[in-house]
Design a protein around this ligand. Structure first.
Ligand code: GTP
Ligand code: MG
Length: 613
């Protein structure tokens, strides 16, 4: 295919503005997906994406479209390589990577909602990449659509001509075919630097892992050609491999004879070791190595949580599972960690609470491991008193895990990251939002109008407070209309302390938490109450307590009960009953090893989730 007939573009937008639904219609118009395989948001193929109705991972797809250009004598075939991206802020690393693989981007704005915080963030990313931006209003079929008003917002935002703004409905398909034509007209064709086949340069913008075929890298070919059987080299990791297959996305992997300059596709590497393929690396021919292109910045995790196997024997299996997850999610990172009482485990870094939830859910579903997951936390920097015990005296250290957060007496100063937040919301909710910001220690900066009826608020607040369920609370005080974007800012001094939770007089390290000193009583009460509700009743009475600053500040007692695990099985299979009793025995053994109370895995998951408060 000559470059003139290739277009690479993405769709970017705030969450739920209709990207994947618009992509559905494009796939239909171009006959990319057979009618019988079509379903809503067909590009959202992960089970979790379908359940939650959101896109988590970017998804490339190759479409063919016949179009007669202004100077053409007949219709010609165009290859349209689309990358659908997620809109949730936790997954914006996906967006930034997708944008390096395209020349243009559809900026979709929901005409019932208007420009939102992530519209601005993704637009900035596209601008930084020098991409051609096509502004499009979505959901114009909806009775709630405010086309004129939102169009004005978009024109102001982009400083563009009114004619440049297109309109579509992903529901009815209106305007979608015109949009495809505009993509061909407005998005520049791919540039090619070198022509000969051996000067292969393929940018790795994503990858996934296949148990049989190893790592499959998603590439944008910037120059040269690649075939099955080629001997290739990762320019950065310097690892050699042979391509087992090359192909394009339709959207499932479809083998092709070769990929060449301008194409978006995949290469099957056969590599099964983790740590070799990384996003941002460049693939070249082994015999004609070229310099790597500029890659991607590794994103900095925002929240951390540690994961331990319930059974120490599962450690190796857990390590393997995390390695595999990392091979399908390059934003995820983990490191080995040992905590006296929880044994050996891993400290994991996430880009936000939703990212954390998705990864832990995948661990549970895809790998069938019994895990202990600690309360998520941001990182603090602690300056230890010179009188502090041990080797840390006088030092300044990062603390990732609440259970390693030192006792008050050892701390000289604690520093914590602040974030610069932007909120866009209808003006009538401003009062409620200001109260919420006050509750979350926000420092309100500039407040201005955004369009006719909305406000834009700049705020600085501790990252700790942003992670304390701020997103959900903002949604609820603004009836769902408030949107938010943020970036990590400076470090400031913090007034925080460690809150421990004790069950039957033993500290459960996974439940320890770093909280604002001002809120320590409320947080202790909340944690104890929640645990009382979700902890299964034991066979004996037990106390649940919250302890901080050297004293017990909250307490509950749970009465015990006698339990026969087989009592709910009427008659039935005696071997199954025996098995259950065996299991119970094993469970009891574990209880002894781990202390007096056996805490099931879902209790850790529930305690971890902020939304379940
Ligand atoms: N009325 C109407 N609803 C739409 C239209 N397009 C999408 N929706 C609805 O809007 C919701 C979000 O649609 P998606 O296509 O998943 O949005 P998205 O931008 O891909 O969402 P994320 O990928 O999670 O950011 C769904 O409930 C859709 O049914 C449209 O053109 N008209
Ligand atoms: Mg989507």
């Amino acid at each position: 295919m000559d470059l003139k007939h290739i277009r690479n573009f993405s769709i970017i937008a705030h969450i739920d503005h209709g990207k994947s639904t618009l992509a559905d219609r494009m796939l239909e118009i171009t006959h990319t997906v057979e009618a019988r395989k079509m379903r809503d948001q067909v590009l959202d193929s992960m089970e979790l994406e379908r359940e939650r109705g959101i896109t988590i991972k970017m998804q490339p797809v190759r479409m063919e479209y016949f179009y007669r250009g202004p100077t053409a004598v007949k219709e010609e075939k165009y290859i349209l390589n689309l990358i659908d991206t997620p809109g949730h802020i936790d997954f914006s690393y996906e967006v930034s990577r997708a944008l390096k693989a395209v020349e243009g981007s559809i900026l979709l704005v929901d005409s019932t909602q208007g420009v939102q915080a992530q519209t601005l963030t993704t637009l900035n990313m596209a601008r930084e990449g020098g991409l051609k931006i096509i502004p499009v209003l979505s959901k114009i079929d909806s009775p709630l659509s405010r086309v004129d008003e939102v169009k004005e917002e978009v024109i102001k935002l982009l400083n563009c001509d009114p004619d440049e703004v297109l309109m579509v409905s992903g529901k009815t398909g209106e305007g979608v075919e015109d949009l495809l034509k505009e993509v061909i007209k407005r998005v520049p064709e791919p540039r090619e630097v070198v022509h000969d086949d051996d000067s292969l340069r393929a940018l790795v913008f994503d990858f996934k892992y296949d148990n049989h075929r190893g790592v499959i890298v998603f590439v944008r070919i910037l120059s040269g050609k690649v075939r099955k059987g080629d001997s290739l080299l990762f320019a950065v990791s310097k690892e050699k491999f042979t391509s087992l297959e090359v192909g394009t996305f339709s959207p499932e992997e479809t083998p092709r004879e070769f990929l060449s300059s301008g194409d978006t596709g995949y290469i099957v590497t056969g590599i099964k070791k983790p740590g070799i393929a990384s996003v941002g690396d460049t693939i070249t021919k082994f015999l004609h190595p070229l310099e790597a292109l500029s890659g991607y910045m590794q994103p900095l995790p925002v929240v951390w949580a540690s994961v331990f196997p319930e059974d120490a024997d599962d450690f190796a299996e857990l390590k393997l599972a995390l390695g595999k997850l990392k091979l399908s999610d390059s934003a995820f990172s983990f490191e080995e960690e040992a905590s006296g009482s929880l044994g050996r485990g891993f400290r994991c870094g996430f880009l936000g609470m939703l990212h954390l939830e998705i990864i832990t859910e995948r661990l549970r579903r895809e790998f069938d491991l019994e895990l202990i997951i600690t309360t998520p936390s941001i990182t603090y920097e602690v300056l230890f008193k010179s009188s502090a015990s041990g080797t840390r005296a006088g030092k300044r250290e990062k603390v990732y895990s609440p259970y390693f957060f030192p006792d008050d007496g050892d701390i000289e100063t604690v520093f914590e990251p602040w974030v610069n937040v932007k909120i866009i919301a209808p003006a009538e909710y401003l009062g409620g939002i200001m109260q919420l910001l006050f509750d979350h220690e926000g420092e309100v900066g500039e407040t201005g109008n955004f369009g006719d009826s909305r406000s834009e608020i700049s705020v600085k607040m501790p990252l700790r407070e942003l992670m304390r369920n701020f997103f959900d609370e903002l949604k609820s005080v603004s009836s769902g209309y408030g949107s938010i974007s943020y970036e990590i800012g400076e470090l400031r001094e913090a007034s925080v302390t460690r809150l421990d939770i004790l069950v039957a007089d033993e500290v459960i390290p996974a439940f320890s938490k770093v909280v604002s000193k001002k809120r320590v009583e409320i947080e202790a009460e909340k944690a104890v109450e929640k645990l009382e509700q979700i902890l299964p009743r034991q066979m004996f009475n037990l106390k649940i307590q919250g302890r901080a600053l050297g004293r017990i500040i909250s307490s509950r007692s749970m009465s015990g009960m006698k339990k026969d695990v087989t009592q709910h099985m009427y008659g039935g299979d005696i071997t199954r009953k025996m098995k259950l009793r065996e299991k119970q025995k094993k469970g009891k053994k574990k209880m002894k090893e781990r202390g007096k109370v056996n805490i099931p895995q879902d209790v850790f998951l529930k305690m971890m989730r902020s939304g379940d408060n």
